[in-house]
Design a protein. Structure first.
Length: 301
């Protein structure tokens, strides 16, 4: 590690934090330390960083806004990349919006609504970044990123900066080409359409009220834990199995929404993983359905 400590410290790649605890960067408030956390502030720093890591075969992981992921208690070996504030810029040009990969998707949906632009209402409750939303084709309320996506600038794992259009992204349910071709979204362009501000606001308020009534928004969670099986809902299956409220250590299946696992205060990653495995085994035995986690598990086990 000493060799690449010198490499990263001397390079122009942004802030470099060594042995940095990751729990404070995740919405579950869980996670051990990263060997190093690097925070680039622009495309040039990011490209130089990724190229350097690639050249020296240093493994790296991207950390977005910390939602939809579970970082192991032992942390993550190698470098963890978190986009800095320079990647939170945005601009509206007619019905098109260009947004940095580190920008909050919720914030972008609110900004679009204020511009009288429709198409991002579904994203008002997705607590991730623009880049993370593109990576997993995030969606809700019958819509998803692929329906408004136009293009994205991406730094590939070699450090090369490319632009992908919709045809390049292989979008599917909670999937994009970035699952197979490693890269980091630096900014994305979305094609929206003008609409009635009052109607847009009403839709967003309706979605927000529904979330408030059905999801544990005040608790430390990572959003939905499992994908919905074809023709069914993960929450319904988990609740029907009588698993609501089940607790292992400090992790608990939410009483408000069965497809959420809450950190009640001192949960470890192993607590959460044990609950996930128990749910999978229970549903498989009871319903013959293989439950697929929507949460990404990162780090050393």
């Amino acid at each position: 590690m000493q060799q690449w400590k010198s490499l990263l410290s001397e390079a122009n790649v942004g802030a470099v934090l060594w042995n940095e605890p990751l729990a404070k960067y995740t919405t579950w408030k869980i996670g051990g330390p990263a060997d190093c956390l690097v925070v680039p502030e622009n495309k040039e720093q990011l490209a130089e960083l990724v190229a350097l890591l690639h050249a020296h075969r240093i493994p790296w992981t991207q950390l977005g806004r910390g939602s939809n992921m579970l970082v192991s208690d032992k942390g993550i070996r190698g470098a963890v990349i978190k986009l800095g504030q320079g990647f939170e810029e945005f601009r509206f040009e007619g019905e098109t919006v260009t947004a940095g990969g580190g920008l909050s998707l919720v914030k972008l949906s609110v900004l679009a609504g204020k511009q009288g632009l429709s198409g991002l209402e579904f994203a008002g409750g997705i607590p991730g970044s623009v880049g993370g939303a593109v990576y997993m084709n995030a969606g809700a309320h019958g819509s998803d990123v692929s329906r408004i996506f136009k293009s994205a600038d991406i730094v590939l794992e070699t450090g090369e900066l490319v632009t992908y259009a919709t045809k390049d992204m292989a979008f599917d349910y909670r999937h994009s080409i970035l699952h197979e071709r490693k890269g980091i979204v630096t900014e994305a362009v979305f094609e929206l359409q003008y609409g009635d501000r009052k109607e847009i606001s009403a839709r967003m308020a309706s979605y927000k009220d529904r979330r408030r009534r059905t999801q544990p928004l005040q608790s430390a969670t990572a959003g939905s834990v499992f994908r919905n099986p074809p023709g069914d809902h993960a929450a319904r299956l988990i609740e029907e199995a009588g698993l609501k409220g089940l607790r292992i250590g400090g992790a608990e299946i939410s009483l408000q929404h069965a497809n959420f696992i809450e950190n009640t205060g001192q949960a470890t990653a192993e607590d959460v993983l044990a609950l996930i495995e128990h749910i999978k085994e229970t549903i498989a035995k009871k319903n013959g359905i293989h439950m697929v986690p929507e949460v990404y598990v990162l780090g050393e086990r």
